[in-house]
Design a protein around this ligand. Structure first.
Ligand code: GLU
Length: 305
């Protein structure tokens, strides 16, 4: 396994030059795009790492997985999906076109409109500390904190998310304070994680929401099933379809360069590679996952070897 991981890293490195760090959040543009790391933690809790797996970076959109699970557990499925669909949008993560013209509901909770709606349901009754505590628990990483610099940077460059949030309010989807919703959403995007924390979360999800060693339930089983299904169809932005064919592992990416991947009942994978492709997915990360999927036979529809 270690050898395969190191090979994956070498393959990933060859693609870094074709990607770039996200630039619409100035603080993310300052990150070294050559960072690259991958961590696998298996069901038997064997941990394999290659590259920069301990470097902290902001979770960005991967927080949508955590917020969705939190909301499903606290508010229930009916409330969360009352005014939101679970369909891939086929549009960029920050698009508001279809929300305004083709539907009055966010397409799914993995795009910004849907994640803002999800946070909007929570903001009146839960604090950032409640959600941070949950994030630490499900990632089994007590060192997760909010990266203040990235938070400030994003808050001063979030005109587009602000526009989405006010559009949601105009449609009666955001019922509470829009600015507070925007702040909580952005704080969740600014959580600092590592490839290892993402691999931990992947393993918890792969284990149906249970702690891999103690068996203690960390996440609700039904929420976990739903979250993994939506990761498969919507987790890689408008690249989700091709990624499902090529890699076949439910995953969620973030513009900070992270990818969380869940190999059902087998392992969690965490990736850090901030050079992104034009859709916002880690370019080297996807190549590494494709290699791992092929070499370790991880595709969810792989034939028996
Ligand atoms: N905080 C980012 C935003 O709202 C998250 C985007 C992402 O990772 O896709 O634009």
């Amino acid at each position: 396994m270690q050898k395969v991981l190191e090979e994956a890293l070498e393959i990933g490195k060859q693609y870094i030059e074709y990607g770039n760090c996200a630039s619409y959040i100035p603080e993310l543009a300052r990150v070294d795009k050559n960072n690259l790391g991958v961590c696998i933690i298996t069901k038997s809790v064997d941990r394999y790492t290659a590259g920069d797996t301990k470097k902290r970076f902001t979770i960005q959109s991967i927080s949508k997985v955590i917020s969705l699970a939190f909301a499903l557990e606290r508010l229930g499925h009916e409330k969360v999906f009352e005014k939101m669909s679970m369909e891939p949008s086929g549009d960029a993560f920050d698009s508001l076109l279809k929300l305004d013209m083709a539907s009055n509901k966010p397409f799914n909770p993995m795009i910004n409109a849907g994640a803002l709606a999800t946070i909007g349901y929570l903001v009146a009754d839960f604090t950032f500390e409640d959600m941070l505590e949950y994030a630490r628990r499900v990632c089994m990483d007590k060192n997760i904190v909010m990266d203040e610099t990235v938070y400030e940077s994003e808050m001063s460059h979030c005109a587009r998310n602000r526009a989405i949030a006010y559009l949601l309010q105009s449609k009666g989807i955001l019922e509470h304070d829009v600015e507070e919703t925007l702040k909580l959403y952005t704080k969740m995007c600014s959580l600092s994680v590592t490839a290892e924390s993402l691999a931990n979360l992947g393993l918890v999800l792969a284990s149906g929401g249970r702690h891999p060693e103690t068996g203690v339930r960390l996440m609700d089983a039904e929420a976990v099933r739903l979250v993994k299904s939506i990761m498969l169809t919507c987790g890689m932005y408008d690249g989700s379809g091709e990624f499902a064919v090529r890699v076949g592992i439910p995953s969620k990416s973030g513009v900070g360069g992270g990818i969380l991947a869940v190999v059902e009942k087998r392992m969690g994978i965490g990736i850090y590679g901030p050079a992104l492709d034009e859709k916002g997915n880690s370019i080297a990360g996807q190549k590494m996952l494709e290699y791992l999927s092929k070499t370790l036979n991880l595709h969810m529809f792989a034939s028996e070897l």
